[in-house]
Design a protein around this ligand. Structure first.
Ligand code: NDP
Length: 444
């Protein structure tokens, strides 16, 4: 049996009931075959893949807090510190009822390669809780965040592990978490990113993932001789990534015709009204039905189906495994030319294979959405230097980083004999840097 298959079997056997983690490992290992096969004996002797697929540390903890009725609630807290070969652990905190150890491990594993691709010195980690901030009062969210940080603070630090936002963790939650860290440790340091602008946050961090997604999409299309301007774009999600992806797409001359949330989706053939979308989602924190009420041309559809519309480019920006085989078939049938992932692993493996085998350009999340964490690394730099760059400075650095990521994944795909396969390119480019650092640091 090949070394890759051996390691995959070991991961499945040792991590039962963690399908998302298995899926992420399978996808990465499969595309690393050309690299591993060139060095199979050496990597096997070093147990490099066993080490890479095993987190350095996984911390599980109790998060008790008191709700507005005086009832004590208990949630599960997680922080998986996956790999610190190239820098302190870095990765977001997800607050969503679906969170479990397997999901945090899949996200942490992906983060290692993504962070490597950014070209900034950060390792990979991820954390979160099954706490659902939806429908909670600000006081309840604060009580949860303070309790969460009361355990987490001992495991993180500006040079140790620097968490950030993710699904359910926005500016409000980061503020509460930061306040509690400072209160417990007495340290004013860049322990979290995504902070508010008045206390160490970076300009353009809010926009970074969505903007970065469009920068890399534009660069990828350009390298294939295609203009983004004038294209019709289908976006899923209506959160941080989706909103700023839609905004940048419009700025670059494309027309965004869809957004979605966990209950349904909007088709707005004249182009999504970004100001209205922001008002509904960022200010009122309401459902997309409110968007449809305010726009006579927009149609609201209940449930799935956001990728059944005619579009040139699809940008899944909501959550894992949302773009499935039926969606991929609809996209191909409708003439879609490119899918670039704003969310983490939003496309199932069979949908990815279908898209790629039908000639659709496909840029995986670990490259396409790396703009968020890259800008978090820029926030860390500004915190260490005790200064703040302007929006334009950060945006220009983000643009350069995304262009470089594309160049690196494109070059890696070509070097290993799979030109145009950006999934393989991203995994190979991300892997090689981490592998080289791990080998240099010995058996740790
Ligand atoms: P948000 O919480 O801001 O938004 C998530 C959006 O996805 C919401 O519109 C939400 O709907 C929708 N959604 C969530 N779960 C589901 C589900 N099960 N089915 C359908 N829709 C769902 O998160 P972000 O925009 O920050 O993150 C989106 C994705 O991007 C995630 O995969 C995240 O890991 C990834 N990502 C985020 C980065 C960032 O900087 N924010 C960086 C890199 C990756 P509703 O409005 O109903 O809640």
């Amino acid at each position: 049996m090949s070394y890759v298959d051996e390691v995959y079997e070991r991961v499945v056997a040792q991590n039962p009931a963690q399908p998302e983690f298995h899926q992420a490992v399978r996808e990465v290992l499969d595309s690393l075959r050309p690299v591993i096969e060139r060095n199979e004996e050496k990597y096997r002797k070093e147990a490099l893949l066993e080490r890479m697929t095993t987190p350095e540390r996984a911390i599980l903890f109790r998060v008790p807090w008191v709700d507005d009725k005086g009832q004590v609630q208990v949630n599960n807290g997680y922080r998986v510190q996956f790999n610190s070969a190239i820098g302190p652990y870095k990765g977001g905190l997800r607050l969503h009822p679906s969170v479990n150890l397997g999901i945090i491990k899949f996200l942490g594993f992906e983060q290692v390669f993504k962070n490597s691709l950014t070209g900034t010195p950060i390792g990979g980690g991820k954390g979160g809780s099954d706490f659902d901030p939806k429908g909670k009062s600000d006081r309840e969210v604060m009580a949860f965040c303070q309790s969460f940080m009361t355990e987490l603070y001992r495991h993180v630090g500006a040079d140790v592990d620097v968490p950030a936002g993710d699904i359910g963790t926005g500016a409000r939650e980061i503020g509460f978490l930061y306040g509690q860290y400072k209160r417990i440790t007495g340290k004013y340091e860049g322990v979290l990113t995504g902070k508010g602008l008045t206390y160490g946050g970076s300009l353009a961090r809010t926009e970074a993932t969505g903007y970065g997604l469009l920068y890399i999409t534009q660069e990828m299309l350009k390298s294939n001789g295609i203009e983004l301007a004038g294209k019709t774009v289908a976006i899923s999600g209506a959160g941080n990534v989706a909103i700023y992806a839609a905004q940048k797409a419009e700025q670059l001359g494309a027309k965004v015709v869809t957004v979605s949330d966990s209950t349904g989706w909007i088709y707005d053939p004249e182009g999504i009204d970004i100001a209205l979308l922001k008002d509904v989602k960022e200010v009122r924190r309401a459902r997309l039905t409110e968007y449809a009420k305010a726009r006579s041309n927009a149609v609201y559809h209940e449930g799935r189906g956001v990728f059944t519309v005619k579009c040139d480019v699809a940008l899944p920006c909501a959550t894992q495994n949302e773009l499935q085989l039926d969606d991929a078939k609809a996209l191909v049938a409708n003439g879609c030319i490119a899918v670039c992932e704003g969310a983490n692993m939003p496309t199932t493996q069979e949908a990815t294979e279908y898209l790629m085998s039908n000639g659709v350009f496909f840029v995986p999340g670990k490259a396409a959405n790396a703009g968020g964490v890259a800008t978090s690394a820029l926030e860390m730099s500004q915190n260490s230097m005790r200064l703040s760059w302007t929006f334009e400075e950060v945006d220009a650095k983000l643009h350069d980083i995304m262009v470089n990521i594309f160049k690196n994944i494109d070059a890696a795909a070509k070097e290993y004999g799979v030109p145009g396969n950006y999934v393989a390119g991203a995994n190979i480019a991300g892997f090689l840097k981490v592998a080289t650092a791990m080998e240099a640091q010995g058996v740790v």
